[in-house]
Design a protein around this ligand. Structure first.
Ligand code: SAM
Length: 206
């Protein structure tokens, strides 16, 4: 019998790939142009972001996800990716070994403890002059009503703890109010999907 995880690995790209294209582009534009930098996508899912970067000539691409089904889809699309089936909050990867770390649409569904653990893991894995790009939901007066409605409907469909964490995350004002004190400096660099998703660039805090 198919599990929820099998099903979401099968349906994620057909349902969301088109709609998320502007997000993939926004994240790519936030990255340095040097195509040889070492990039890690945490909670990479079906690897759609890594696949976009692979197509654009980035050469050293790594992904982490808990789901073997999601990773299998990613590997099929881009066989050159290096993929790890691991928990993003406690990976086996080496300290200060990535120039850029991405995490998209993955923090909002977690509780605050896990969000902090993942953000601390990002700080551990980044080189001293590395950057992180975080993309996630952001509802404020710039968000169009239709964007807010569509995103909330999809999250409500996910239901349970996922939806409770999403509501808490957006109520708190998104990423700036989730970051552990002093860990990163941050700047919003883009908004996509009717301004319902923000893209932030993070660098090591002083
Ligand atoms: C909503 S999907 C986002 C996928 C992708 N980042 C994107 O932009 O399309 C969330 C992904 O996070 C993965 N995930 C959830 N908790 C995780 C954890 N603690 N460590 C690693 N991956 C996790 C899930 O398996 C799923 O593939």
């Amino acid at each position: 019998m198919e599990t929820i995880s099998d099903l979401s690995a099968k349906l994620y790209d057909p349902l969301l790939r088109g709609a998320l294209k502007p997000l993939r582009q926004a994240i790519m534009h936030a990255l340095p142009e040097n195509k040889n930098i070492k990039i890690l996508d945490l909670c990479c899912g079906t690897g759609d972001q890594l696949h976009t970067l692979d197509n654009m000539g980035y050469t050293d691409l790594h992904g982490v996800d808990l789901s073997s089904k999601m990773l299998a889809v990613a590997k099929k699309k881009s066989p050159r990716l290096t993929l790890h089936e691991e928990d993003a909050s406690a990976t086996s990867l080496t300290n200060a070994s990535f120039d850029a770390i991405l995490i998209s649409l993955a923090l909002h569904e977690k509780d605050q403890l896990l969000q902090h653990a993942i953000l601390k893991e990002i700080a551990r894995l980044l080189t001293s002059d590395g950057i992180a790009i975080v993309a996630d939901f952001c509802f404020d007066d710039r968000t169009h009503a239709w964007g807010r409605f569509m995103i909330s409907a999809i999250e409500a469909f996910a239901g349970g703890e996922h939806y409770r964490n999403f509501k808490d995350y957006t109520r708190r004002g998104g990423l700036p109010n989730v970051l552990p004190e002093g860990l990163f400096e941050y700047k919003e660099v883009d908004r996509v999907l009717r301004n319902g998703i923000g893209v932030w660039k993070l660098s090591a805090g002083r």
